[in-house]
Design a protein around this ligand. Sequence first.
Ligand code: SAM
Ligand code: SF4
Length: 408
Amino acid sequence: MTTVDPPGTVRLAVLPPLALYVHIPWCVRKCPYCAFNSHEVLGTSHERTRELPEQEYVAALIADLEGSLPSVWGRRITSVFIGGGTPSLFSPESIDALLSAVRARIVLEPDAEITMEANPGTVEAGRFRGYREAGVNRISLGIQSFDDAELKALGRIHGADEARRAIEIAQAAFDDVNLDLMYGLPGQTLATARADIEEGARFGTAHLSAYQLTIEPNTVFHSRPPELPGHDLAADMQQMVEETLAASGFQHYETSAFARPGRRCRHNLNSWQFGDYLGIGAGAHGKVSFPDRVTRHERIKAPRDYLAVGAEYRERVVAPAELPFEFMLNALRLVEGFALELFAARTGQVLARIERQLASAEAKGLLQRDWQRICPTRHGRLFLNELLGEFLADQKNVRGSQSTIAGT
Ligand SMILES: C[S@@+](CC[C@H](N)C(=O)[O-])C[C@H]1O[C@@H](n2cnc3c(N)ncnc32)[C@H](O)[C@@H]1O
Ligand code: SF4
């Protein structure tokens, strides 16, 4: 006799790969467009920090990790991403202390990708060698633009020459370098956007991310919006970015991510494939699966509170009805989409559950599929919100259970 699982049952035969995200929440200056949990080191906000509490924060991160270990017992970490904020404000010694503590507490795969974000205004050759010696093997540089006027309009702490020097210093110490660029900037033309992308590509890095500037709530740009390129020009810029990078040998593999063959960011790819990740640090988010449920957790956001209270976090079980949408929110960002079996592997549900939504998105030309894969069409990538909206339908009034858990 065949047994049928009741609706809402989650059964994961194998747990997904597990990554580690570490958040460092400070920057020299807050950029007016940035909605990330980042606070000025010497700013005027209530989060003002006269001196960076580096050692205290590393100790808090380690305690945070220790508090999370019971939820991932016996599992290995496949990649680490130290993001921010500006992690390169921390000394190599602090990064070394952090990574040594991670290795002492949980098994890191021997070939784990370990990325650290850096701001060109904080780059120095000796420090970069120190990060490499600490175990970092990939650097992600926030370049944004090679145009001094555009960098100024973005409130960046560095100019174009400093950005160029930072890339050379990073490339001297690391084989694996990513450049973050933005387009659709205040005052930008198609020609200046092209010049930025072409110059970024010429450095020959393994990876390049090109984000269209978005105006986020709770930012200076939100309260005082700059004049941005119109919709049509922004769409032309997007097409130019894709064509220019393809001609330079980059594969476009996610909405904003481009890589040389074999050089995709393994950490981000795991998130887009709805893998698991522990998130430690102020405001960090995470996702951890168990054989019968998928959970999400979130740390206290304000650095001062995080340091004072410790690794207390909110955890919720994702309602099974939300899982298909959450899966699609990530997997449909991937240009090549996902293998059919990945849906069941990550959500613990059969793909047939969302057949109606798949068929509807396919009929609208937003999605295509064969017997192996499902992927967004070019139209679906351009109108991703419309495509994702197809999978929202089922979830009205469904929320996971929430609880507050005090870690160590
Ligand atoms: C968390 S930031 C980290 C990099 C580093 N803090 C820096 O800015 O140099 C990651 C990237 O997100 C992008 N980004 C941040 N805010 C954005 C926005 N409002 N619109 C588009 N891209 C944004 C920038 O390219 C930035 O480099
Ligand atoms: S340096 Fe990066 S994280 Fe910091 S405010 Fe600017 S964009 Fe945000």
